[in-house]
Design a protein around this ligand. Structure first.
Ligand SMILES: *Cc1c(COP(=O)(O)O)cnc(C)c1O
Length: 460
């Protein structure tokens, strides 16, 4: 075990044998990966003995905080009882039954059916096939096109990356696949110009419906969107945006998919982000918070409208994953939902720590280098700018976001950088004292990054 206690040696072995996701391996290996060894609540410990506030809930997933014994023992007990059995051929098992029932309770009323997967990406691939199959069963096979958005993140499999709106991902692997169109992003900071956020929201919603009408609603199966874009930089759309789009989709008989992988399970202060935005989707993509990240799992919530057609008119739906409804993952999810209910975490986010953190977080925008700061529930961002009134960015080579992320780690806070936008999504168990710690550290990071930018002559 002794070499495994040596940080440099661990980094050497990691560099020699581990190809990381979303990572330039050459750059990483030059620097050495940061090694996280343990975690409790909202704090991480690394191999060099540092204690770091996990402002990202792992990767937007550890909603109930790290190291919860209730989940660990629920998973262990389940694995002693039944480690694995499949849900394919006329079989089922108690944990997947219990979880399906629980999900029908916590999701909006139109959802009473759930299809289980291994991840958010798998879930979106599942919805792609299920939505097309639905329209075939309805006698409208020409309804096969999907609308997504620039700047959206929906996962990394072929369909999910095609749904996503990142050119950098499309470039690798010849994506997007046919039949997926991207509407503009509701990113007011970058694209809003002189419009108020409300006007801008109406404008982008109208552009989206115009794109749909240009293609022809009779050819469109569904539109997918995150209530709040996560990996795209925590883009919180203006309040006007989603209601107009949701209404427009309804009028045109186009299915609506709410990708709730980040916004679901309490992140916005509602159980699901669509409830926060006031929309009524036909599908929900779920993963991450569904097990609080303790065991991998994804799921698709299927509305009664769609499920009824699949059940009454459909044949076998020839789709599924070996680990669909894995007993250990179901146990982790049941325990997670149990904690969320008994600790009233959704209410805690909506009425207590969410508004408390938001008030402090928004003051970050008083800093000369911060253009805007936004937050809803426990998901937020702030944007660096070289000139506030002109909403000017920095040259990419200046690596402002990257520099801030490094300062953040060194000052004991995990924030993620999306370009020059810093994002956070801390565990929903965050206390007021921990929220104070978070904002204090974020403020120190803005000061350090400002000093760097001034020294480099980057401020206007
Ligand atoms: C992370 C994420 C996904 C993909 O989930 P994986 O479990 O990584 O496949 C899909 N949609 C959104 C909104 C996400 O944030």
């Amino acid at each position: 075990m002794s070499i495994l206690n040596n940080t440099r040696e661990l980094q050497r072995i990691d560099a020699a044998h581990h190809l990381h996701p979303f990572t330039n391996t050459r750059e990483l290996n030059g620097r050495g990966a940061r090694i996280i060894t343990s975690a409790k609540g909202v704090y991480l410990n690394d191999a060099d003995g540092n204690r770091i506030l996990d402002g990202m809930s792992g990767l937007w997933c550890v909603n109930v905080g790290h190291g919860r014994k209730e989940i660990v023992s629920a998973v262990a007990n389940q694995m002693e009882q039944l480690t694995f059995y499949n849900t394919f051929f006329n079989t089922t098992h108690p944990p997947v039954i219990e979880l399906s029932r629980l999900l029908s309770e916590v999701t909006p009323p139109q959802f009473n059916y759930f299809h289980f997967t291994g991840s958010g990406s798998d879930s979106n691939d599942t919805i792609f096939r299920m939505a097309r199959y639905y329209w075939e069963l309805e006698g409208k096979p020409e309804k096969s096109i999907f609308i997504s958005r620039r700047g959206a993140y929906h996962g990394s499999t072929v369909v999910a990356a095609s749904f996503g709106g990142f050119n950098s991902m499309h470039k690798q692997g010849g994506l997007p696949i046919d039949g997926i169109y991207h509407a503009p992003s509701p990113d007011w900071w970058s694209n809003g110009g002189d419009l108020s956020p409300e006007e801008f929201g109406r404008k982008v919603a109208a552009q989206t419906l115009a794109l749909i009408d240009g293609i022809g609603a009779h050819r469109i199966a569904a539109m997918i969107g995150e209530p709040i874009m996560g990996a795209g930089g925590v883009i919180i759309p203006p309040k006007t945006y989603w209601p107009i789009i949701a209404q427009g989709l309804k009028e045109r008989d186009i299915l609506f998919i709410s990708d709730e992988v980040i916004c679901g399970f309490g992140r916005t202060g509602q159980w699901f982000g669509c409830e926060f935005m006031g929309t009524e989707p036909d599908f929900m993509t779920m993963a991450k918070g569904i097990t609080s990240g303790y065991v991998p799992m994804g799921a698709v919530a299927v509305s009664d409208r769609v499920a009824k057609v699949l059940i009454e008119k459909g044949d076998e739906f020839t789709h599924g994953y070996t680990y669909s409804g894995h007993p250990a993952a179901c146990a982790a999810s049941i325990a997670t939902i149990g904690i969320m209910r008994s600790e009233k975490l959704v209410e805690h986010v909506r009425e207590d720590v969410g508004p408390y953190l938001k008030e402090k977080w928004l003051t970050l925008a008083d800093h000369p280098m911060v253009g805007e700061a936004v937050m809803e529930g426990l998901i937020g961002a702030f944007q660096f700018t070289s000139n506030k009134s002109a909403r000017a960015g920095f040259p990419e080579a200046a690596k402002i976001g990257f520099t801030a992320r490094e300062h953040s780690f060194q000052n004991g806070l995990v924030m993620r950088a999306v370009g020059d936008r810093m994002v956070i999504a801390p565990p929903l168990t965050l206390t007021r004292a921990e929220a104070d710690d978070l904002v204090e550290k974020a403020a120190r990071v803005t000061d350090l990054t400002y000093a760097y930018a001034k020294k480099q002559g980057l401020m206007a």
